[in-house]
Design a binder for this molecule. Structure first.
Ligand SMILES: [Zn+2]
Length: 256
């Protein structure tokens, strides 16, 4: 089981997911991170419709309320409202609409869930290492400010399970991109061994959020590495070849 100070591991009949303890005090908010679990649930592309219906039932949302953008490792964050319902080449969504379940699909990438309890708005950002380099986290906060008048100091952000520094090893070319993008912190937080570099993308995202004005205590890192927990969490690097396409779902919604 994956329970820790921030996370509760829920084993349902039709899906398994993680809930986040710090967010339970907000009655209007729903948050879930659907994982593989002991029964091997997975969501894309081979799982078909059944698993989506299963997690929807478990968390009490309508299947048709789940909105998934066509993620392409872009820095684009769009607003979900009545006008637009399909999102090509989009890696983040924000909304203030109730009854809409914003969803991102991830295996080792970070899903960043954002909640504004003052203006009653939410965001769901797919920030893999490519998205991190494009600073999509900043675009997510910016979009919340533009669309809903959010104040960064009010925002609560959850960093979902992702590949962590112990397992995110890259070559020098990728390290150099990180060094150019995050010169203030990257040398301090990177572990080098030989010609390989272990990069802490969680710290990069948290640093961006703090720069954008989010309070440190409102950045909740679940602390879970997808590769370390590949038995229970779908992981690209951590699973065998036939399971590399499997995804987890990060879900956030405002209840009706
Ligand atoms: Zn790990």
């Amino acid at each position: 089981m994956l329970d820790n100070d921030h996370v509760k591991h829920i084993v349902g009949k039709e899906a398994e997911y993680l809930a986040f303890r710090e967010l339970e005090k907000y009655p209007e908010l729903g948050v879930a991170f659907a994982i593989k679990g002991v029964k091997g649930y997975h969501y894309e592309p081979t799982s078909g419709e059944a698993n989506y219906a299963g997690i929807a039932n478990e968390i009490g949302v309508k299947r048709e309320s789940i909105v998934i953008p066509f993620q392409e490792h872009t820095a684009t964050v769009a607003v979900y409202d009545d006008a637009v319902h399909e999102f090509k080449a989009t890696d983040g969504l924000v909304t203030a609409k109730r009854g809409v379940t914003l969803c991102t699909k991830v295996a080792d990438c970070i899903s960043l869930l954002i909640y504004d309890p003052v203006h009653h708005a939410i965001g769901n950002i797919h920030s893999g290492w490519r998205g991190t380099l494009q600073k999509i986290a900043l675009n997510g906060v910016r979009k919340m400010v533009e669309e809903f008048n959010s104040k960064p100091a009010d925002l609560i952000c959850v960093i979902c399970p992702s590949i962590r520094q112990d397992h995110f090893e890259v070559d020098r070319d990728v390290y150099e991109e990180f060094r150019q993008t995050f010169p203030q912190i990257i040398e301090e937080i990177t572990i080098q061994h030989g010609d390989k570099y272990n990069i802490d993308t969680v710290r990069c995202n948290a640093w961006m959020l703090e720069k954008a004005g989010v309070n440190t205590e409102n950045i909740i890192d679940c602390g879970l590495c997808t590769v370390c927990h590949a038995d229970l969490i779908n992981s690209y690097r951590g699973n065998i070849d036939s399971q590399k396409q499997w995804r987890n779902l990060a879900l956030i919604w405002l209840k009706d």
